[in-house]
Ligand binder design. Structure first.
Ligand code: SF4
Length: 290
């Protein structure tokens, strides 16, 4: 696998200056995403709200885990919207750390962020990649979807057999499916739902297809599948390198199941070319492998 280094001719340094200048976090940096030079070079990024400390500790994730020291920053939504405007984004992806310490698990802050974006950029489409809102799932979905994000994303991450061992006792495969299905039911507009799978954590190919089937049964429109990269020796080891032919096969299986868009490839991440994923699903252009 080869990735580009940041180059002087791209927008990488401009994007970094804008994001750092506003004191914002991105999952691109927090998770050490391998695509950062490409995505930031294209002028895109994925914002991470609600701070930099996650109350979970998934075994594959590099985001710092612990007890957050601060409540949500009430001005973060405005700074984020201002930055998105300066970047000239037309599709804004917003994710967050898990905040099990908050009574609404951060749903209100998601809502405030969507509101700020739509007020500042009326033409923008917003994609939220949310946590599971443990303990207040139904209410949190209502709060977030009342602001009409165009895409509701919740990553299932791995197959049923590995879910608990990779994500911990608080997370649940069934709840992830429920959240995605319920989002479609609650939304009073045609929201696109989306989810992602990490390959290389110990799953078998047929288990990936079983998860695709489960996601499709939950009404999910857009799916991403990418290769796991071990972020540090303390994290789960890489079980296997999935061959590009296998990623192509996943894509074909997803196509056959009827997803609007399947992005499947070693470097695909949930937010990788998210604008193109949405466009593919909405125009029926279909599946893509990278
Ligand atoms: S794939 Fe997503 S997380 Fe990675 S750099 Fe691109 S926008 Fe950021």
């Amino acid at each position: 696998m080869k990735v580009r280094a940041p180059s002087a001719g791209s927008r990488y340094f401009e994007v970094r200056a804008l994001i750092h200048g506003q004191g914002l976090h991105t999952i691109c940096e927090e998770a050490h995403c391998p695509n950062i030079a490409e995505c930031w070079g294209r002028g895109t990024a994925t914002f991470q709200i609600l701070g930099d400390t996650c109350t979970r500790a998934c075994r594959y994730c590099f985001v710092h885990s612990g007890r957050p020291e601060h409540p949500p920053d009430p001005l973060e939504p405005l700074r984020l919207a201002q930055t998105a405007a300066q970047m000239g984004l037309r599709h804004v992806v917003v994710t967050s750390v898990d905040r099990d310490d908050l009574p609404d698990s951060g749903a209100g802050h998601y809502a405030a962020t969507i509101r700020a974006l739509k007020a500042k950029l009326p033409e923008v489409s917003v994609e939220v990649l949310t946590p599971d809102f443990l303990g207040c799932e139904e209410e949190a979905l209502r709060i977030v979807l009342a602001e009409r994000p165009e895409v509701f994303n919740h990553n299932i991450e791995t197959v049923r057999r590995l879910h608990r061992s990779m994500r911990g006792a608080k997370a649940s495969y069934e709840k992830a499916l429920w959240l995605l299905g319920r989002a479609k039911e609650i939304a009073r507009y045609p929201v696109l739902t989306k989810s992602g799978i990490i390959a290389g954590l110990g799953e078998r190919n047929e288990e990936v297809v079983a998860t695709l089937r489960d996601l499709r049964a939950a009404g999910v429109d857009v799916v991403t599948i990418g290769q796991y990269l071990q972020p540090s020796p303390k994290h789960a080891p890489i079980d296997r390198w999935v061959h590009p032919d296998e990623f192509r096969w996943f894509r074909e299986q997803g196509e056959a199941l009827g997803f609007g868009s399947v992005f499947s490839g070693p470097l695909v991440r949930s937010s990788y070319r998210a604008d193109e994923q949405r466009h593919a699903a909405e125009t029926g252009r279909g599946a893509v492998a990278y």
